[in-house]
Design a protein around this ligand. Sequence first.
Ligand SMILES: Cc1ncc(COP(=O)(O)O)c(C=O)c1O
Length: 312
Amino acid sequence: MATASAVLFANALPVLVDVDPETYCINPDLVEEAITPRTKAVIAVHMGGHPADLDRLKRITDRKKLAVIEDSSHAHASEWKGKRIGTFGVAGTFSFQSSKLMTAGEGGVIISNDEKFERQARSVHDCGRMPGEWFYSHFIYGSNYRLSEWQGAVLQAQLGRLDEQTKVRHRNARLLDRLLGKIPGITPQKLDDRCTRNGQYAYIFHVNKKEFAGIATDRFIAAMNAEGIPNQASYPPLHQLHMFRNGEYRKRLCGKQAKERHAFLKRRFPVTQRAAWETVWIPQPALLGDEEDVEEMAASLSKIQKHAKDLA
Ligand SMILES: Cc1ncc(COP(=O)(O)O)c(C=O)c1O
């Protein structure tokens, strides 16, 4: 919701497209189809830390002269072909909210190599001031989105540990890939060959209930809780949230756009449905343990499968 809200905050319409069935990141084929002369930018969320297909997205946006914004809120220190994510588009955004890979309780950062964009962003986050100008001159509409010095200090300490922790999470996640890959009906989020490092905000896997005596995802999650494996459910599909269903989002739009039909909101988004209701996420702190912890997680999931009939 945060990604779509950022677009609405700018009084623009977030046009949604379905995701890739293997990585759960934005599907570039559908991006291409959704572009119209009114499109300004493409925002890709690097889901669970796994980068969206930046090669294909860049090819499309370069051809169409559109900006790419990388929502890297799940993906601190992830890499695409050896290069840090957040550096491929005009801007990369990172969240420091409490569940994230680096946190100051709340807050976030935008990175950019585009000087014009950077000045504008600094101005929005500092009440419309411009870097280098008199403190009491205000050029555009902005607000106070400044991170405090105290939060900066907390984050700086975490930045020092980020590489080491990312290595542990990436390594444990690859072990989970191998172990969970052997359990019939469990399909881990695919690791694209070009993802050279996954920050792994979450370890995402799909559960085919047919292999688990037909039990629903919430039953599966209850069994994981009973086994003591930390987990969280996936996000619900955006287009089904009240704000989009009841038309409230239109209040952020202007002119013709506020009144016209937004046909994409009537779509079913089948891959998103599958990702939302049939995947389970193991959150990042649980990936900081050792090999034995990971083996225990896999053994517990096998146990759930073995007893699925009783659970059903
Ligand atoms: C993908 C994604 N984008 C953006 C955000 C928003 O970050 P923040 O809460 O720091 O605004 C979050 C989570 O909160 C997120 O998961």
